[in-house]
Ligand binder design. Structure first.
Ligand code: AMP
Length: 405
């Protein structure tokens, strides 16, 4: 029999599981789906087989074990059951891999223990990712389970970018350093940008702007990350949908001492009630642009603060890289919000950076250039595809052909 070619990608959150089953012969999706509100009475599973109608299930889905069993049942109805000999591996998104995981890794007990050891630096994500892996292991103990880490692409950052300027012993004792996140997306988008330019990733320097509800920038030199805007946690860096991004850390002491707030309250404030939603009450860029067009001043200020921070990172990473071949916009805002792309690069012509108005306005599904003809620095819109990247890395690992990052 020919070797199996299917990879199931699982992205397990605290109360959700997103999944895709891919056939790696042509990277096609055989099925995609989502289980939401796990542990509540109103859980929902939405499953869509390729070329078929979506199916939904309601009612209580008690835990991840029940969720994955329900997913397996839905896949089986389409002849794509987890017991299929066609299934080569299950690839798991794992948010925090710390310093140790620099590449996708086949899961064994030691790997599970290390992911568990990293829970203090990723308390929201790693426990859910672990549950997803353990549940998948119990369903197919014979199958390779591969962990693909959000932090792995950033482990090439030099110490000068990865360390905070705080006491070294204290930092090391608590594993405090800049890890970066969205690495799977930054890896995929920087490589796809090189392809768009007809070059090998080793030949190009790219600034990747992943602008979704969470947002991060990275500086990628010759295919390797040399700096990224998120840090110990995803809170650092750009203005995001609900996160503040960069801030004087003394704001926190001030809120504790003068504002009487607890650490947990400040955590919630900065992660969930700040950024665009804190500034203007909306975190959806479509709504913010609609309000700006109506002359709403709070929305305008929120937009301006968002763009100001973005522009600072573009400038900073230009300086870090020295030579920039491309700036790539990706994720919900980066792929769809032409006014954000235009404003972020406005006035940077001296750096060879410009957006062509007509190209920027065109909507499209694939990777495309939006810089003027003959521009010194290419500006690209590159739809991210984290599931494909996880599947590609997983398949490459179990097939013994190395990974693509
Ligand atoms: P993501 O986290 O990558 O799924 O991105 C989600 C965010 O993308 C949403 O919160 C919106 O702010 C933004 N977004 C999605 N579609 C559009 C659009 N057509 N125009 C502007 N922003 C969009």
């Amino acid at each position: 029999m020919s070797s199996p070619t299917r990879v199931l990608v699982l992205n397990s959150g605290s109360s959700s599981v997103k999944y895709q089953l891919l056939d790696m012969r042509d990277s096609s999706r055989l099925a995609v789906g989502l289980v939401e509100r796990i542990g509540e009475q109103t859980s929902r599973l939405k499953h869509t087989p390729a070329g078929g109608e979506s199916r939904e299930r309601g009612g209580a889905i008690a835990d991840h074990d029940a969720a994955l069993k329900a997913v397996a049942e839905e896949l089986a109805k389409d002849g794509l059951g987890l017991d299929s000999p066609e299934l080569a591996a299950i690839g798991h998104r794992v948010v925090h891999g710390g310093k140790s995981f620099t590449e996708p890794t086949v899961v064994d007990d030691a790997v599970l223990a290390e992911i568990e050891r990293l829970i203090p630096v990723a308390p929201l994500h790693n426990p859910a990712n672990l549950t997803g892996i353990r549940t998948a292991q119990s369903l197919r103990p014979d199958l390779p389970q591969v962990a693909v880490f959000d932090t792995a692409f950033h482990t090439t950052m030099p110490e000068s970018a990865a360390r905070y300027a705080i006491d070294v012993e204290t930092a090391d004792a608590h594993r405090i350093r800049r890890y970066g996140f969205h690495g799977t997306s930054h890896a995929y988008v920087s490589r796809t940008t090189a392809e768009l330019l007809g070059k090998d990733p080793s030949e190009v320097n790219v600034i990747v702007l992943h602008l979704g509800n969470g947002a991060s920038a990275s500086a990628v030199r010759g295919g390797h990350c040399v700096d990224t805007s998120m840090g110990l946690t995803p809170l650092e860096g750009l203005v995001m949908g609900t996160r503040s991004g960069d801030m004087d850390p003394a704001v926190i002491f001030h809120l504790m001492r003068v504002g009487g707030m607890s650490a947990d309250e400040i955590d919630t404030l900065l992660n969930k009630k700040s950024g665009l939603i804190g500034l203007c009450g909306d975190n959806d860029m479509r709504e913010i642009r609609r309000r700006v067009d109506e002359g709403d001043e709070r929305a305008e200020l929120a937009f301006d603060i968002y763009i100001h921070r973005l522009k600072k990172y573009i400038g900073a990473y230009y300086a870090v890289l020295g030579r920039v071949d491309a700036v790539a916009f990706t994720a919900g805002v980066g792929e769809n919000a032409a006014p954000v792309r235009e404003a972020a690069l406005a006035g940077l012509e001296e750096l060879g950076l410009a957006v062509d108005g007509e190209r920027n306005a065109v909507r499209g599904d694939g990777a495309r250039l939006i810089s003027p003809e003959g521009a010194r620095v290419a500006v690209a819109v590159v739809p991210t595809d984290e599931e494909l990247e996880i599947a590609t890395q997983t398949y490459a690992l179990v097939n013994g052909s190395g990974n693509h990052t």
